[in-house]
Design a protein around this ligand. Structure first.
Ligand SMILES: [Zn+2]
Length: 472
């Protein structure tokens, strides 16, 4: 008898169990870190009379949400600079913060964002950490350690780029440190991050492809989020970024592409041909006014699409239920058809769609025997979900993060009784405040605060602010 089979069985009971086909008055049996049975409550209870029982006859039991795109590097930067479009925002905020993003920021940013993710039912987070390699040592392993502490499954990457004279060797040293940290962790796996293709020299882009393909690693990259990127790439290379990636061989590695808002018919055909997975970030794309990704067109071609919350500096909330609802709504607004994205489609994008986009569908994304026990219990005993007519519409359009009662990751409770269990959230907030204040000062972001008004792009020059800050 294996150690796993000696462990106790826990039954998670619900009015609806959102297995691939919903089961009314059902249950999920978990043992160790695995789902061992899914079915009707009466049958599972009879088979496991001694099991611990969680959930209730009114709750909803669903697979954990797969967040396909985010940046723990932005965890301390919520509610700032939301009046810029992407390139302005990168210049005014991200490029200023990058040189000051150290291991403390990595740890606290991951905890601050990760707590909110768990509270909204996320059990897997695909992250791209954006920083400059630092002389005192690698930054990104702190992300892995914080995810293990929280009990949140991670797919971790470092958003590398050498534009602006950055040292290529230092970028690869950061990749390696993160890869080693993930290999030693319980919950994280590694991908090769490419901040954006125009952010890498041809030499570095070629080495990144070699590193991913030769190492058998997946890739996490931003792709055609805004029209400006497509224009710049076609001007420089005569190809869109998607065409360039296909031409250079990037897609030989399993690739997860964030955004893909400005992909045309030819781009989409190439993505389908190379099985490029897509992270659709409706909230960040809306706040930065990037546009609405052609999700239906991509899915029609068989492209795997998941939802992402994106980083806290662009979304700004790290709430997956907001992202799901907004994704379904934007698809309908775009097509002016209420059938453009059904609640069931949105639910599938949020779960198994994201798992497929990350090529993890054999382990996560649905409640099936043999998969990892990443499970969410939504409270149905309160007024919000007192009447569930259709479990998909209940999850997508009715539920909020306040209904997230329990979150199980890898067979262990990470949220119980509506709160994270492995860290003290108020202590994390208390610890983060002075670190955020220091980061904002060092990066010279004072002109972006409310007291400084809301300058239009061009009326404040972050470059000048940075040199003033450096001169202090
Ligand atoms: Zn991003």
């Amino acid at each position: 008898m294996s150690a796993a089979s000696e462990e106790r069985v826990t039954l998670l009971r619900g009015a609806w169990v959102m297995a691939p086909e919903p089961v009314r008055d059902g249950a999920v049996a978990i043992r160790g870190n695995e789902i061992v049975a899914v079915g009707r409550w009466t049958d599972l209870r009879a088979a496991h009379p001694d099991a611990d029982v969680r959930g209730s006859a009114h709750d909803l039991v669903l697979p954990g949400f797969v967040n396909t795109h985010g940046h723990f590097s932005e965890g301390l930067l919520t509610g700032i600079a939301s009046h810029f479009t992407l390139f302005e925002w990168l210049h005014a905020l991200i490029e200023q913060v990058k040189p000051h993003t150290d291991a403390r920021v990595a740890r606290l940013g991951t905890l601050v964002s990760g707590i909110q993710m768990l509270r909204s039912g996320i059990t897997t987070a695909n992250d791209m950490f954006v920083t400059d390699p630092r002389p005192e040592g690698p930054v990104t392993p702190a992300v892995v350690h914080a995810l293990d502490q929280l009990g949140l499954r991670g797919v971790v990457s470092f958003g590398a780029g050498d534009r602006g004279g950055r040292d290529i060797a230092a970028q690869f040293a950061e990749h390696e440190a993160l890869r080693e940290a993930a290999a030693a962790s319980r919950l994280s796996t590694f991908r090769v991050g490419i901040g954006a293709v125009p952010g890498q020299s041809e030499e570095m882009f070629g080495r990144s492809i070699g590193y991913a393909v030769d190492g058998g690693h997946g890739v996490h990259v931003h792709l055609q989020e805004v029209r400006e990127e497509v224009t710049a790439m076609r001007t420089a290379h005569g190809r869109t970024t998607v065409e360039h990636c296909a031409h250079e061989g990037l897609f030989a590695a399993p690739t997860l592409a964030a955004h893909c808002v400005w992909v045309d018919r030819n781009d989409r055909a190439l993505m389908a041909e190379h099985r490029v997975g897509v992270a659709h970030n409706p909230l960040a794309n809306g706040i930065l006014a990037s546009g609405i990704a052609p999700v239906a067109e991509m899915r029609q071609l068989g492209i795997d699409v998941g939802f992402g919350v994106d980083g806290a500096a662009s979304n700004d909330a790290q709430d997956f239920l907001q992202a799901i609802k907004t994704g379904a709504i934007l698809a309908r607004v775009r097509d002016q058809q209420a059938t453009a994205m059904t609640a069931r489609e949105a639910f599938e994008i949020a779960t198994i769609g994201g798992a497929r986009a990350l090529r993890m569908e054999d382990r996560i994304g649905s409640l099936e025997v043999g998969k990892l026990a990443d499970v969410v219990v939504l409270d149905g005993t309160g007024p919000t979900l007192a009447s569930v007519h259709d479990p998909y519409q209940a999850v997508v359009f009715v539920a909020g993060s306040r209904e997230v009662k329990e979150v199980w990751v890898d067979g262990r409770l990470s949220v119980a009784d509506f709160e994270v269990v492995n860290v003290d959230p108020r202590e994390v907030a208390r610890e983060s405040r002075p670190v955020t204040a220091e980061l904002v000062t060092r990066a010279g972001l004072g002109h972006l605060s409310a007291l400084a008004g809301q300058p239009r792009p061009g009326t404040a020059t972050p470059g000048a602010t940075r040199s003033e800050a450096a001169g202090r």
